[in-house]
Design a protein around this ligand. Structure first.
Ligand code: UD1
Length: 384
């Protein structure tokens, strides 16, 4: 039996949820020989190792250990290190997922060595080139030989950019595979009880917040205005805010502590102290976060994946961005774009809290079987 060598590249938190079901599905076929490459883009235990544990990802076979850096610095370092790995043990295929710098660097390195590339989550477009992720998406999709998409709109974007129909495969959403696989386990999380949000099976209404986009957190005036709006909201409803390391750095740098109450050690929460402020927690593990998301009255976020996850969970989501590369979550799901204007955020949040957005429908193929579809296609295509 001829073995087909596949390298899967991961690096940042949202990659891990996308790679997990793929690895599981690929492992069912003994003719695939896998190597998991971790670039080290995210390196804090709570941004990386905890996801490997909870999602039962195998230990990476190769760690590039590149760490943080500027856009070019980080991308370049990954390319230099990944090229060495590819030259030493040439794969038949490199699989990249999502839109982070590790995605672009993995695809670019492989393409330059003439190694076929598969991109999972191809064709999403925000049409906003100020976002590093949009550049990563555009370039990765130009280079990829297999474009695995999560919605019909993605195919249209790719065709408009001149990508051949034959390379595009509508397979569904691998991130939702992971969500559906872990929902029951997440129900065992004690997070809500720990935060005093659940007592005797009664759940108190609360909001869940995440923020990390450079456009929201890198300018003091922008972050401060968002925080002012959220402070107002925090008087009406408890806000739980697991803080991304980038955002924590900015809160410290801009000295915005008057808006937030910090709970640094999760193990020692007796009863959360909201005091009309946002309750900041360290970045949470996958299961605790899923538990919080699935019971929230409202989720406010600038993440991409959370827009998709709330759509499946039927939880109202306000996206604190000017645009989204995931319009299907608005058309078919529970998402609304509100930008970062304080008045608009507050108005939209109050409206949602008064009358919940009802779940519309589950997008096609967001059914927990996307990874299986991908692997079936790869099996056929790589044989030929
Ligand atoms: C990256 C992705 C973004 C994704 C996000 C999820 C790119 C361009 N951006 O953004 O699309 O939504 O991950 O989290 O790839 N840091 C730590 N510890 C870590 C990781 C980061 O302290 O484990 C800090 C560093 O100070 C670093 C900063 O966070 O400089 C930003 O990290 P980086 O990976 O550059 O981008 P993210 O903002 O995490």
């Amino acid at each position: 039996m001829k073995l087909i060598k596949i390298f899967i590249v991961v690096g940042a938190r949202p990659n891990f949820m996308k790679a997990a079901p793929l690895i599981k599905a690929l492992k069912k076929y003994p003719s695939f020989k896998l190597r998991l490459v971790h670039t080290g883009q995210h390196y804090d235990p709570e941004m990386s190792a905890s996801f490997f544990k909870e999602l039962r990802l195998p230990k990476p076979d190769t760690c590039l250990g590149v760490g943080s850096g500027t856009q070019a610095g980080q991308t370049g370092k990954i390319m230099i290190e990944f090229e060495k790995v590819c030259l030493k043990d040439r794969p038949d295929l490199v699989v990249v997922v999502g839109d982070v710098n590790s995605t672009l660097a993995g695809a670019l390195t492989a393409a330059k060595l003439g190694i076929p590339v598969a991109h999972v989550e191809a064709g999403l477009r925000s049409f906003d080139r100020t976002m590093p992720e949009e550049i990563n998406r555009l370039v990765t999709d130009q280079l990829a030989d297999f474009l695995f998409t999560s919605c019909e709109g993605a195919r249209r974007n790719l065709i408009k950019e001149g990508r051949p129909e034959a390379k595009i495969f509508f397979v569904g959403n691998v991130m939702i595979d992971t969500l559906l696989n872990h929902l029951r386990l997440a129900q065992k999380s004690r997070m809500l009880e720990q935060l005093g949000l659940k007592k005797n099976h009664q759940i108190r209404k609360y909001a869940l917040l995440t923020l990390h986009r450079p456009s929201n957190v890198d300018l003091p005036i922008v972050l401060q205005r968002i925080f002012q709006a959220l402070m107002e909201l925090a008087r009406e409803i408890p806000i739980i805010f697991p803080v991304h390391p980038r955002t924590l750095r900015q809160i410290r740098k801009f000295n915005l502590f008057q808006f937030v109450s910090f709970q640094e050690n999760l193990k020692h929460i007796q009863k959360a102290q909201f005091q009309g402020k946002m309750l900041c927690l360290p970045p949470l593990g996958y299961l605790d976060f899923l538990a919080l998301m699935s019971q929230a009255a409202i989720v406010l976020t600038d993440s991409g994946g959370i827009q998709e996850e709330t759509t499946i969970l039927g939880i109202p989501c306000l996206t604190l961005r000017k645009n989204t590369e995931r319009p299907i979550t608005i058309q078919e799901g529970t998402n609304r774009i509100v930008g970062n204007d304080p008045e608009r955020i507050l108005k939209a949040a109050r409206r949602v809290l008064k009358s919940r957005i009802l779940r519309k429908k589950i997008p096609k193929y967001w059914d927990g079987k996307a990874a299986e579809r991908i692997v079936k296609i790869l099996k056929q295509q790589l044989k030929s």
